[in-house]
Design a protein around this ligand. Structure first.
Ligand SMILES: Nc1ncnc2c1ncn2[C@@H]1O[C@H](COP(=O)(O)OP(=O)(O)OP(=O)(O)O)[C@@H](O)[C@H]1O
Length: 352
């Protein structure tokens, strides 16, 4: 059995520090990654002096984690959070570095874009839940929130800490619900607006893909901004994208825009892995009555018409919205919607 994040944190909570408190109570554990039976994390101290007195803490942390059932190897790094190495936010956003042709993202086997034509159809919700569902199927999964103007993944995945950057260059992605994730939203102060033009956006995306220490991933999902713009262009022309998934509601206006997104991916020579229908049907929690608020089966028909795979449908449900707002995606629960996400994850795995 693979060790769980909770079990690791419980073990680390027993490590008492020379200056009081425990590693967990003092919030010094960063970049905890559980990769099967291997566990790695960083202990971040406030200063070099403190770090010096933490040698035994590091050894003890390694010992208690190694004793957690299922753990076979442990790697612990001790770093110092000092002023000359600021949070990576200061370094994100720049003009792109010139590069020849499409490049792979180091360590990533399948880079998948999650797009939509129209905003608000639930693309970010689907990206977060699909990432969790794939991780629950045993894949090593990453999630990159490239919706630079409206990042929502930190909230949906329940992550609000700035990622660690031990050397000021590499960024260690936090892990939530079994998924390593990064978002431009984690690099910014709350309410800080991003007023960047095309080249800056392209540079920021390039940084998030190449400076983040993803490790080995089977799948990296990229939550794209809605529509067809600079981010789509950069991702699909500069990186080896395995394929795109397009999310739409069955409503005609959403389908109209979804068609534009499909055409844009085709023009950029990005294969379409399939379409997902979100907000398909609403089942009244009081009386059980089923209502097709945004129409019935429109996305499946569209996929059939275009000869593309239909990956599945997801209901409009209060539970989904509350889970997203609460930082625990519904796919991490035992609800029937989580099972629907599991089925879509199976389809995605089969398409790779
Ligand atoms: N199936 C669903 N049932 C209920 N609420 C949903 C569902 N899918 C998404 N939502 C809610 O709809 C809102 C918009 O969803 P989301 O942010 O995922 O859309 P988006 O397409 O990524 O939007 P944007 O254009 O801003 O990127 C959120 O409040 C989310 O919780």
């Amino acid at each position: 059995m693979d060790p769980t994040r909770d079990a690791i944190l419980a073990a680390l909570d027993t490590v008492v520090l020379p200056d009081g408190g425990t590693l967990v109570a003092r919030d010094l554990v960063r970049a905890l990654v559980i990769d099967g039976h291997s566990v790695r994390f960083v202990i971040e101290t406030q200063s070099a002096e403190v770090a010096k007195s933490y040698g035994t803490v590091r050894a003890q942390a390694e010992r208690v984690v190694a004793a957690v059932p299922g753990v076979q190897s442990v790697a612990v790094a001790l770093t110092t959070h000092t002023a000359p190495k600021p949070a990576p936010s200061l370094k994100i956003g720049r003009h792109p570095t010139p590069q020849e042709g499409r490049q792979p993202v180091p360590g990533v086997t399948n880079l998948i874009a999650i797009g939509s034509g129209k905003g608000g159809v639930g693309k970010s919700t689907v990206a977060a839940n699909l990432a969790v569902a794939l991780a629950r199927r045993g894949l090593r999964v990453g999630l990159l929130d490239a919706d630079i103007y409206g990042p929502s993944q930190p909230k949906m995945m329940g992550v609000d800490k700035r990622p660690a950057s031990p050397d000021g260059k590499r960024i260690l992605p936090p892990e939530a619900h079994g998924v390593r994730m990064i978002s431009i939203g984690l690099m910014l102060k709350a309410d800080e607006a991003v007023i960047w033009r095309g080249p800056m956006l392209m540079g920021a995306l390039q940084q998030l893909l190449t400076q983040v220490e993803w490790g080995r991933l089977d799948v990296l999902l990229v939550d794209m901004p809605p529509g067809t713009g600079d981010i789509q262009l950069t991702l699909c022309t500069k990186f080896d994208v395995r394929g795109a998934i397009v999310v739409s509601t069955p409503q005609d206006v959403a389908l109209l825009d979804a068609r534009k997104a499909l055409r844009a991916f085709e023009t950029l020579k990005t294969p379409i892995l399939g379409l997902i229908e979100n907000m398909s049907t609403f089942i009244c929690p009081q009386c059980g009555h089923e209502e097709h608020i945004f129409g019935d089966g429109g996305v499946r028909r569209e996929a059939d018409k275009q000869g593309l795979p239909f990956l599945g449908e997801l209901p409009l449900s209060l539970e989904v919205r509350l889970a997203g707002d609460g930082g625990v995606p519904v796919a991490a629960t035992d609800s029937p919607v989580a099972q629907a996400y599991g089925r879509i994850a199976d389809q995605v795995i089969a398409s790779l």
